[in-house]
Design a protein. Structure first.
Length: 79
């Protein structure tokens, strides 16, 4: 399971999003859509562990990806 809990993201002094949450089970997908500048790429960077959120955390199989970075990245697939 991949889970985002109460994520917040700033870009410079601009808040892109806050209180963002989702939970995906194996085999499920999430579509991320929106106009330029709303934080789609920033969200993907947070979910993959390439950036740190201002608030909240991303969990993989119940563990924070910051603490299990090597194991998480070993199973990560980029499309």
């Amino acid at each position: 399971m991949l889970e985002a809990q109460d994520l917040a993201c700033l870009k410079g002094d601009r808040l892109l999003f806050r209180d963002l949450a989702f939970r995906l089970q194996a085999g499920e997908m999430l579509r991320i859509a929106g106009p330029n500048g709303v934080g789609k790429t920033s969200l993907l960077r947070l979910v993959t562990g390439l950036a740190l959120p201002e608030a909240g955390e991303v969990r993989w199989r119940g563990h924070c990806i910051r603490r299990e970075r090597e194991a998480f990245h070993g199973e990560l697939l980029y499309l």
